[in-house]
Write a protein that binds this ligand. Structure first.
Ligand SMILES: [Zn+2]
Length: 202
């Protein structure tokens, strides 16, 4: 019985919303989980869930700040002269998605799916998400943070954003040169939320 209670406690402490992979080693045997390629352990699931919660809080704050000040300097920095309502609509889609959904499947450091430079990925079709070593090594704030990486990936699913350019400098240049492209580029949403919503974590 103690074993069952321990397993239940472990399940309850695991990130809500994420289904545990069936047949995962460690469950049933009561032994500590062993690393298995591509399978997320409890600590990784908790880190991912926290990143989703932080990403939601930051995105909501970004929307609030934009509503208070449509001429926000950060908006011009990341979206140039793109229409505020277009970008705001996408931010709302991203926030609603994070508030109500979690990926149907999670993969952590899957071999062969984490080439150099990849933080995370989302599978078109299934909506499953993978998280790479760069995500787990990322900070919780600043550019390319864990919450920001979640905003980037969810923007693909919720707002059909694309990857036209990567990196803060290229995203800022895109905002100046081609605002309509910036308004559909995933990194521009990530950096806008990272620079505008950081106060939500303090
Ligand atoms: Zn992307």
């Amino acid at each position: 019985m103690r074993l069952i209670i321990w397993v239940l406690a472990l399940l309850l402490s695991a990130a809500p919303g994420f289904a545990q992979a069936p047949g995962k080693p460690g469950f049933g045997g009561g032994k500590p989980e062993t690393e298995q390629p591509g399978v997320c352990n409890v600590q990784q699931r908790q880190l991912i869930e926290q990143a989703f919660r932080d990403a939601l809080a930051m995105t909501r704050l970004s929307i609030q700040r934009l509503d208070r000040e449509p001429n926000l300097p950060e908006f011009r920095r990341w979206f140039g002269t793109a229409p505020v309502q277009t970008v705001r609509g996408n931010l709302v889609l991203i926030a609603n998605h994070m508030a109500t959904q979690r990926p149907p499947a999670l993969f952590c450091n899957p071999p062969n799916a984490c080439p150099q430079g990849r933080f995370a990925f989302v599978m078109t079709g299934s909506g499953g998400m993978g998280f790479c070593p760069l995500f787990f090594n990322a900070r919780n704030d600043g550019f390319d943070s864990r919450p920001g990486i979640v905003v980037h990936e969810i923007s693909h699913v919720a707002a059909r954003t694309r990857d036209i350019v990567y990196s803060p400098s290229r995203a800022a240049t895109l905002a100046k040169d081609d605002p309509m492209s910036a308004a559909i580029n995933a990194d521009n949403y990530e950096y806008f939320v990272e620079t505008t919503g950081a106060g939500a974590l303090r």
